[in-house]
Design a protein around this ligand. Structure first.
Ligand code: ME8
Length: 509
């Protein structure tokens, strides 16, 4: 059996409700996994929630409820949203799951037994309000810790450390010999630079006196595991590591889809070093697809600015697929995008309502009017060649995870077909009995192009894809191979035209 395409996303903190940035990442991974399914690859999509840690403990305390109760409540919000947005995950990684906890503890015990974890005293500045040690990075321009940290005291604490520094040389050698391990390439360069500066080890424990909400260390019950050490393990614990060897061998290694803020140091340094320490070979290291940020009106979303966007609102106002389409089409994979309501509506109206929606509607209506919906097989060689090239370019883009590019290429075909309608003017051909064959060719070409378009949009817009295939009365079970020209047989009767993407009329429009 060939290897499975195993794709994961970051697991979201459950200290607050999901926002549009979380939605972007999950939709991106969803489109990629749906593409692989369309190709017929065996695939597995893991997503989930990061339920432990100080942020959750604090948020729960604020509401006066237990962390368990709090995470159950917030986790439900993520699950609800993913259902609404049709995120088709196969596995759900929630870090309070006993399977995960056991795996984290086994890994810790093993690293401890091998001498990769040791105890040491740490003395440093500690923010009582934020409940965290501060480093020089947190100092303001005047060299002091700013008022946002509240009371800062010098504190000595005993903690457990992972010998991260021992893996620096290996990491550099690994990154140098594996170009393409991090996409886009400039992120790999940044990671390499950070690895070069790496010094010191990683504190992987927190005393329960300060943080009780976490996975207990197997060799010291007075401490819990540092939340990142716990969270990163989800990618393997939920893939069968140390519990289901056959599953793990089938899945691993993964493609990790993550945001730009968590490649350095969490994934690119801690995670790779952890895997190396656990004995993973170089060829079993994961790959990373690092996406940018969704900005709102040019700004980072934050509670203090009050510009956090709730994906439910967009999905309810404009429809799930307009949101999926906008995020995937407008965000160049790897770069930031600016999210504005106006651009969402514009994208929808121009690409979905006008270009694709109109093409579908015109084609079905003309076929109905001139031929009672019945097709005669013949075609424009130019358009069928254009469609074949589109499929080729689309595949090349998606094989490199470039979803925005694949959509742009797909809409190239829709645009070409709309122009073809104008050029061939079926309404004129219909008036001339001598042009009957020409008219048949135009109608078949358009219907067949629409069938191919429906397949190409399936990963990003599964509902619209089904809707188009339905209206064409074409088979709903599709694979990428079905994009070969000629799927609609001679004499095929198309279905009834319906408006798939009604225009969104807003004051701004
Ligand atoms: O970092 N635009 O969780 P998180 C795009 N629990 N992506 C964004 C974003 C934005 N505005 N804001 C956040 C964590 N993200 C950890 C991960 S993985 C073992 C543990 C992305 O809820 C962010 O980059 O803060 C990350 O990939 C994901 O959302 C979860 O962020």
């Amino acid at each position: 059996m060939s290897k499975t395409f195993y794709i994961t996303t970051a697991i979201d903190y459950t200290n607050a409700a999901p926002h549009i940035g979380h939605a972007y990442e999950k939709i991106l991974a969803d489109v990629l996994v749906r593409y692989h399914r369309l190709k017929g690859d065996s695939s597995y999509f893991l997503t989930g929630v990061d339920q432990h840690g100080q942020k959750v403990q604090q948020a729960a305390a604020k509401e006066g409820i237990s962390p368990e109760e709090f995470v159950t409540k917030t986790t439900a919000k993520f699950i609800d949203l993913w259902e609404k947005l049709e995120i088709s995950y196969d596995g759900w990684a929630a870090t309070t799951d006993p399977l995960h906890k056991t795996c984290v503890q086994k890994i810790l015990q093993d690293l401890y037994d091998r001498g990769d974890i040791y105890k040491a005293k740490y003395r440093g500045f500690y923010s009582v309000r934020q409940e965290q040690f501060l480093t020089d990075k947190e100092r303001g321009e005047d060299g002091n810790f700013g008022p946002e940290w509240g009371e800062v005291v010098e504190l000595e604490e005993e903690n457990w450390y992972f010998r991260l520094g021992n893996y620096r040389d290996w990491l550099l050698q690994f990154l140098d010999s594996h170009p393409g391990c991090v996409q886009p390439a400039f992120r790999q360069t940044e990671l390499r630079n950070a690895a070069e500066r790496l010094s010191g080890d990683l504190s992987i424990s927190r005393p329960k006196s300060r943080l009780a909400w976490g996975i207990e260390l197997p060799f010291d019950t007075s401490c819990v595991t540092y939340v990142w050490f716990d969270a990163l393990v989800n990618y393997i614990s939920f893939a069968g590591y140390l519990s289901d060897d056959a599953k793990f061998r089938q899945l691993w290694p993964a493609l990790h889809v993550i945001g730009k803020d968590i490649i350095i140091p969490a994934h690119g340094i801690y995670w790779l070093a952890m895997l190396k320490a656990m004995g993973f070979a170089d060829e079993d290291m994961p790959r990373f697809l690092v996406h940018g940020y969704v900005l709102v009106d040019g700004e980072k979303m934050s509670k203090s600015i009050g510009n956090i966007r709730d994906p439910h609102t967009f999905a309810d106002t404009f429809g799930v697929e307009s949101l999926r389409y906008f995020l995937m089409r407008d965000c160049v994979v790897g770069q930031d995008m600016d999210f504005t309501d106006q651009r969402l509506v514009q994208r929808y109206n121009v690409d979905l309502a006008n270009s694709l929606g109109n093409l579908l509607n015109r084609t079905l209506n003309m076929a109905k009017r001139y031929r009672q919906g019945k097709l005669v097989r013949s075609e424009s060689a130019e358009i069928s060649a254009f469609a074949a090239q589109t499929v080729k370019d689309y595949t090349a883009a998606l094989d490199q995870n470039l979803v925005h590019q694949a959509l742009e290429i797909t809409w190239g075909l829709a645009t070409r077909c709309n122009a073809f309608v104008e050029e061939s003017a079926p309404w004129k051909l219909a008036k001339d009995p001598e042009k009957a064959q020409e008219l048949d060719a135009v109608l078949y070409t358009l219907a067949e192009s629409l069938r191919i378009l429906a397949i190409l949009i399936a990963p990003a817009l599964p509902r619209a894809s089904r809707g188009i295939l339905d209206q064409l009365a074409a088979p709903g079970e599709i694979t990428l191979a079905d994009t070969a020209w000629g799927g609609l047989p001679d004499g095929h009767v198309l279905g009834e035209p319906q408006v798939l993407f009604p225009r969104i009329e807003t004051a701004a429009e």
